[in-house]
Design a binder for this molecule. Structure first.
Ligand code: SAH
Length: 285
């Protein structure tokens, strides 16, 4: 649906708002292609224009548990929706099942939108999926999304970097492929490497992780902030310390999905915590 070169402002002066986007030359979503797209952390307004475009062009959407269902109501009428996450206690389809399904749909000539929460290449197995698509000769495009470890911090009033607190930030997962605390992370090195550590999938093993960070030289009273359901109206933010983190999680059971932030990024919340209850009445973001 390429419209050729972008029109000049005068050409679309009579259109307003989002209608102007129709005049833009979005890339074609061709049959037999897979677009691997990040939908952002939750708030529908945080998706990209390419994500929205893909939802208008696709024949089928294969989506994960972390994709906010409110986003799916914008998918083109008639497109199929296929859920590829855990459902009610049943085991989730394996990564292999999902990849084979993507290949099958693409080879049947469909435009396949593979929709993931956050960014597909941040702890999203997007790399593995694309390796398999490449191996099968299926053409693909990758559309990045706002990852929870950045967008979620913004919705909690925590800059991922700030010149007064940190010049670096580490992203890591608190879970390995076997579901345990990752053994091949050099925890003492992580403890010392950056003032701010942003952890995905870390609530379950938070006590162990906190102990490993303290053993690695991190201060026991370092702040720990847990952002649950980030960017959603039911977002919750909880605060504890490294020393208390394990007991805190056991007692309070913070809702998941949650991002865990270690370090003084949370100091800015007293001024920057902008996502007030009144703003949450708008579900777009
Ligand atoms: N690709 C995703 C991450 C997938 S791993 C991204 O870029 O955001 C799943 C983990 O992401 C969850 O365990 C949680 O740590 C985090 N996460 C995803 N969405 C979240 C949200 N809305 N609020 C808080 N954490 C979230």
């Amino acid at each position: 649906m390429s419209n050729g070169p972008t029109k000049r402002a005068a050409d679309w002066a009579e259109t307003t708002g989002f209608a102007r986007l129709d005049a833009e030359a979005f890339p074609d979503f061709l049959p037999g292609w897979v677009w691997l797209v990040g939908a952002g952390p939750g708030a529908p307004g945080l998706m990209s224009l390419l994500c929205y475009h893909a939802m208008q062009q696709c024949d089928v959407v294969v989506y994960d548990a972390l994709v906010n269902p409110d986003i799916l109501r914008w998918v083109k009428v008639g497109a199929e929706l296929e859920y590829a996450g855990k459902r009610g206690g049943k085991p989730s389809p394996t990564q292999r099942d999902i990849t084979l399904r993507l290949i099958e749909l693409a080879q049947a000539g469909k435009r396949v939108l593979r929709l993931k929460g956050g960014d597909p290449f941040m702890f999203g197995r997007g790399g593995e999926e694309c390796q398999n698509l490449a191996g099968a000769g299926v053409p693909f495009r990758i559309v990045p999304g706002i990852t929870a470890g950045v967008g979620g911090l913004a919705y909690a009033g925590m800059p991922a970097t700030h010149r007064d607190t940190n010049h670096s930030v580490i992203f890591l997962t608190g879970h390995d492929a076997s579901g345990k605390m990752p053994a091949n992370v050099n925890w003492p090195a992580v403890a010392k490497a950056s003032p701010v550590i942003v952890m995905y999938m870390a609530v379950k093993h938070l006590g162990e992780i906190a102990a490993a960070l303290i053993a690695g030289g991190r201060k026991a009273d370092d702040p720990v902030t847990i952002v649950s359901n980030a960017s959603m109206p039911h977002q919750q933010v909880a605060s504890t310390t490294l020393e208390q983190a394990g007991a805190f999680v056991a007692a309070q059971e913070p809702p998941t999905p949650a991002i865990v932030v270690v370090g003084h990024a949370s100091d800015w919340r007293s001024v920057l915590d902008w996502y007030a209850p009144a703003l949450r009445e708008n579900p777009i973001g």
